[in-house]
Design a protein around this ligand. Sequence first.
Ligand SMILES: C[S@@+](CC[C@H](N)C(=O)[O-])C[C@H]1O[C@@H](n2cnc3c(N)ncnc32)[C@H](O)[C@@H]1O
Length: 309
Amino acid sequence: MKRKLEGAFRLPKQAHQPVLLKDVLSYLRPKPGHMVLDGTVGSAGHARAILAHIGPKGFLIGLDQDQQAIDRAQKQLEQVGGNFILKCSHFVHLGNVLDSLNLSRIHAVLLDIGVSTEQLEDRERGFGFRTDGPLDMRMDPVTQTVTAAGILETKSIDDLTWIFRTYGEERYARGIARKIVEIRQTHPIRTTTELRTLIERLTPVRRRFGRIHPATRVFQALRIAVNGELDALKEVLPRAFGRLEVGGKLAVISFHSLEDRIVKHTFLSWKKDGSGEVLTKKPVRPDSMEVAENPRARSAKLRVVERKS
Ligand SMILES: C[S@@+](CC[C@H](N)C(=O)[O-])C[C@H]1O[C@@H](n2cnc3c(N)ncnc32)[C@H](O)[C@@H]1O
């Protein structure tokens, strides 16, 4: 059940409004003194609001596997309070981070998974097809070694087809995979523009100018493959749930139907065994105003579970 937020708080409007912020707050209900972990702190859009709610007696732990995000979050959170800690870490390690802080149970966990606007817009990171850059796509360029270009250079036609079809639901998966393998004999595809142009050429004209750019799905699929995003999600959910107080809440925002399915089924398994209550009977979606302001929010889905035992 979605409840109205108590109290009022004001924070200056940010360059990018965090996705589904009001809904996240009204489900998580962060209160003064609460301990909250944001496993994907990004530019701290959600975290700033949470920090303002938990007040000086609360404590916020922010994780991100991207050091650039941690640096941005630090600047944002300092403006709100000092009762937080940020760690550059993959979220599957949240248990180690909490142990190192002597925190066994906390009140809430938020995971807003996927890529941030800042990452998408940074051409050097290679996440976006709208700017020219190296096909990199590693969220943690320090420890990860496999890049998107590396995948395109080494995987077989079958593997590439599987990646594009499974992670991107790309209808021309095999044709695109075949072309990549053919071209790479003489010229490996190393930049976002090269890949985008190849996909555009292979897309029938009638599909080239739709609501969604034809390269969207392949780029998304490569990002999911490079960062092992689905396995990471499967791993982190029980770890996060296991660290909640009874009555504590886990909120997950996902942007992909495969991710949402993982979240939905995991939450339902906790409902079945009596350990959790699913607070969102259906996933919460952004309204048309939010989508108009932030088109990236269009596929966002929020699900929240409360720990019962
Ligand atoms: C959609 S953004 C989060 C935006 C954030 N909620 C805000 O309001 O600014 C996702 C962030 O999660 C990070 N991320 C993605 N997967 C991660 C993982 N497995 N562990 C830690 N951080 C991750 C990305 O680096 C990115 O900064």
